[in-house]
Design a protein around this ligand. Structure first.
Ligand code: ATP
Ligand code: MG
Length: 771
């Protein structure tokens, strides 16, 4: 029980009091996750069997790490048998056991967002609705939010029915789309992410004996990041804990950042109503960050009106103050941040993995990737268009999915004519119509074509039969082959590998490599499953892939790399040196989130989450100009920078950079000095005489006018630049000007760069420096 000494008195109490309901509510870095981990270790130590403990985490990676830690604290063997993972992965497992009670087969497919969107698009098209009014993405959000509030298609219809009287409002047809979507998922034996929770709720409600079984099984329930559970998740926990009430949830209302996905802060507030005899633990000491970081984060979050009052302090060293970097352009921001990481790592003898770059939206990553690549800094990037969403990967995965569940509509549509086998769109439409008419899957229709051809000619039927035979062959191998053997076999037998190999263009080569990478991953999966005594069939692999969260897509060889991710996916993580970038109005806070106080408060919580990921050092950055939708904009620094109490900010380099004169020679030195400049004061001095309306980016088309007094002025001095000159571009490096054309303000230069070849540049944006 030595492990108990690694806890402070309140943490220890929360760990030792294993019975009854416990709510741990505390600020970031105060050891909430640690309490959960140690509490589970303690339960095992008290001889509570591992299979009766259910622990719900934010990511599967967190669950893996927790298991490892618990294994080290108590018993490796036992920790492997814990029911620990995300809500989605735990309940999909349960749904597979219980699928028959819900009218699904246990081999159901889990549709990802792309599958759901494609299916919705198809339905909207089939219903002949205007896809500008019924945008698949929006409809999906509506359906998702309905599901997370346990509103089924039928219930939705009853609600929508009232509005339907108003024929001018076309939106209510969404319930019809929702209904069709649900039917089609069912015919395809597929569930989307939200279904995994909704169907669990339906199961527990409609089959009390099954609920009772799991109530008896899971005698102890623990939930991390409770502030971000939605109603559907809340209800699952509530039902499972109804009898024994041994439930321990930990959370921080100040870190609730998923309300757009239906997360309800009220779940924390309601805890006391559901469990009147609950015990409340407040952890106040932050062990993660320096005093300066904790105080800075507190000074920001205190500006939120809606919050549970709590104390958060650090006894770590006081630490460095928060630095702010002002960059002239978005590209310069990338350059400065990459350089800072390069230097800090050398100077402070750090590892790449000590650094993270956090941004508000995935789209911001590209520029940082480029800059890091230029300096040869290894990085890993989470989110965005993930590896598993790439076309070639989804194609091969779709064959795997067909193998496991041939009714999978989205999978069959992807591969029925890939690689090309002469089955056209018209045939697919006919198959789809027949399936809809008979309320069965496309696969069922294909299998019955010899009896009912649905107007499809015999030549095409024989092609379809060959396709069906291919899939059937894969299916037969399922029980005997390991995931990697079957995957290799499918990759070859379908002709996908050959097809990609034949394409020798750079894109083709890279697609071929991606397939190899996927197969390597399956090899690893098979190996790990073998070592850990888990099942190693293809369906087990597919389940794993379907349930990956952004944080989970991490590989061992990726360990020592700079991390790039959105703030949303950085939840729960910690990094020594942190760069929070793009701190500009309309980016962070997001343009979409400043119209109501609630929205703005959520953005502020997001900023709080970002700051509190750092252990030692935080650098904030913003750019004075940024490309947005192909236009250049001149955003103002984020209000959040000003919301940090000055005491915790670095004021050392307050001096305003010199913008007078030609400026180009100053470019480099200014960049350096601004790494640590202080925009708050700076902003005040500039005072934006003609104050732009808050939240409106200042768009200027002409920056070549007489703006010498304007500190925002980005000098490029096009008049000086002539053909034949050697110039330097921030990104492309040195090059020779071949030609100049056009007139102010749209003067264009054709430049030949040593590194990247010939480019045409609009001088007002290019900011060339004469060498
Ligand atoms: P977040 O709100 O960001 O999820 P958290 O409250 O879950 O944070 P943890 O991640 O559990 O906090 O802990 C933050 C850091 O502090 C971890 O590195 C953890 O190991 C360390 N820590 C927590 N409690 C203690 C303690 N009593 N002694 C030493 N280190 C601790
Ligand atoms: Mg945590």
């Amino acid at each position: 029980m030595e492990y108990l000494n690694e806890l402070n008195p309140v943490q220890r109490e929360a760990v030792e009091n294993i019975n009854g309901a416990s709510l741990v509510i505390a600020g970031a870095g105060s050891g909430k996750t640690r309490v959960l981990t140690y509490r589970i270790a303690h339960l095992l130590n008290q001889k509570i069997p591992a299979y009766s403990i259910l622990a719900l985490t934010f990511t599967n990676k967190a669950a893996r790490e927790m298991k490892e830690r618990i294994g080290n604290l108590v018993d490796q063997q036992q920790s492997q048998s814990l029911w620990m993972g995300t809500f989605h992965s735990i309940f999909s497992k349960i749904l597979r056991y219980e699928a028959e009670h819900l009218g699904f087969d246990s081999n159901f497919t889990i549709y990802d967002t792309q599958d759901s969107r494609n299916l919705l698009r198809a339905i909207i098209r089939e219903m002949q609705l205007d896809d500008k009014v019924y945008k698949a993405n929006e409809v999906l959000n509506r359906i998702s939010s309905a599901k997370n509030n346990l509103v089924t298609a039928n219930a939705y219809a009853q609600n929508a029915g009232i509005q339907k009287i108003d024929s001018s409002n076309r939106r209510p047809l969404i319930f019809e789309i929702y209904k069709k979507y649900s039917q089609r998922c069912r015919q395809a034996n597929a569930m989307d992410f939200d279904d995994l929770l909704l169907q669990t709720n339906i199961l527990f409600k409609s089959k009390p004996e099954i609920l009772a079984k799991y109530q008896n099984k899971f005698k102890y329930i623990l939930v991390d990041e409770y502030q971000d559970t939605n109603y559907s998740q809340y209800l699952i926990v509530k039902k499972l804990a109804e009898n024994h009430k041994n439930v321990c949830v930990v959370g921080d209302d100040a870190q609730s950042i998923y309300s757009f996905r239906g997360a309800k802060i009220e779940n924390i507030l309601n805890f006391k109503n559901d469990y009147p005899n609950y015990k409340l633990y407040k952890l106040e000491q932050n062990y993660r960050s320096t005093q300066n970081i904790v105080n800075a984060a507190n000074s920001v979050i205190h500006k939120n009106r809606d919050q549970i009052k709590k104390v958060s302090f650090s006894e770590n060293e006081e630490g460095e103050k928060i630095k702010v970097v002002k960059a002239l352009t978005d590209h310069e921001e990338g350059y400065i941040v990459a350089n800072a990481i390069y230097e800090e790592r050398m100077r402070e003898h750090l590892q790449y993995q000590d650094f993270a770059i956090l941004y508000r939206t995935n789209a911001q990553s590209r520029i940082f990737e480029e800059s890091l690549r230029k300096l040869n800094l290894p990085y890993k990037i989470y989110g965005g268009l993930s590896f598993y969403q790439r076309k070639e990967i989804k194609d091969l995965l779709s064959y795997f999915r067909m193998t496991v569940n041939p009714n999978d509509e989205e999978a069959i549509k992807r591969v029925i004519n890939y690689p090309k086998r002469g089955i056209g769109d018209t045939t697919v439409s006919k198959l789809q119509d027949a399936a809809t008419q008979n309320e069965c899957s496309i696969w069922d229709v294909i299998c019955g074509l010899n009896q009912r051809p649905y107007g499809i000619n015999s030549g095409t039927i024989s092609k379809l039969m060959k396709f069906a035979a291919l899939i059937t062959d894969f299916q037969k191998r399922q029980d005997t082959d390991t995931a990697i053997d079957l995957a290799n076999y499918i990759a070859k037998a379908t002709g996908i590998v050959q097809d990609l190999y034949n394409d020798r263009s750079p894109e083709g080569v890279s697609r071929h490599e991606n397939i190899q990478e996927l197969l390597n991953g399956i090899q690893e999966f098979t190996q790990n499953s073998l070592e850990e005594g888990n099942e190693l069939q293809l369906d087990n692999y597919l389940e794993d892939v379907a349930l990956l969260t952004d944080q989970d897509k991490d590989k061992d060889e990726d360990r020592n790399k700079v991390t790039l991710m959105t703030i949303h996916s950085a939840k729960g993580l910690e990094f020594s040196h942190l760069h929070i970038v793009g701190l500009e109005e309309d980016l962070f806070p997001s343009q979409m989130a400043t119209s109501t106080q609630q929205e703005l408060e959520e953005e502020r919580r997001l900023f709080y989450v970002a700051l509190t990921r750092a252990e030692t050092k935080v650098t904030l950055s913003f750019a004075k100009s940024r490309y947005k939708w192909g236009n250049i904009s001149y955003p103002r620094p984020s209000r959040f920078i000003n919301e940090i109490d000055e005491k915790f900010m670095d004021l050392q380099y307050e001096s305003e950079p010199d913008f007078s004169g030609a400026g180009n020679e100053n470019f480099q030195s200014r960049t350096d000095s601004e790494i640590v400049s202080q925009p708050k004061r700076f902003e005040a001095k500039q005072s934006f005489s003609a104050k732009p309306k808050l939240n409106q980016p200042i768009i200027r088309n002409n920056i070549n006018g007489s703006q010498a007094n304007d500190p925002n002025f980005i000098p490029s001095n096009p008049e000086q630049i002539q053909s034949g000159m050697i110039v330097e571009h921030q990104r492309f490096g040195k090059g020779k000007v071949l030609q100049m054309e056009g007139s102010k303000p749209n003067i264009k230069a054709t430049v030949f760069f040593q590194n990247v070849g010939q480019k045409q540049l609009l001088l007002k944006f290019a900011k060339l420096k004469i060498v």
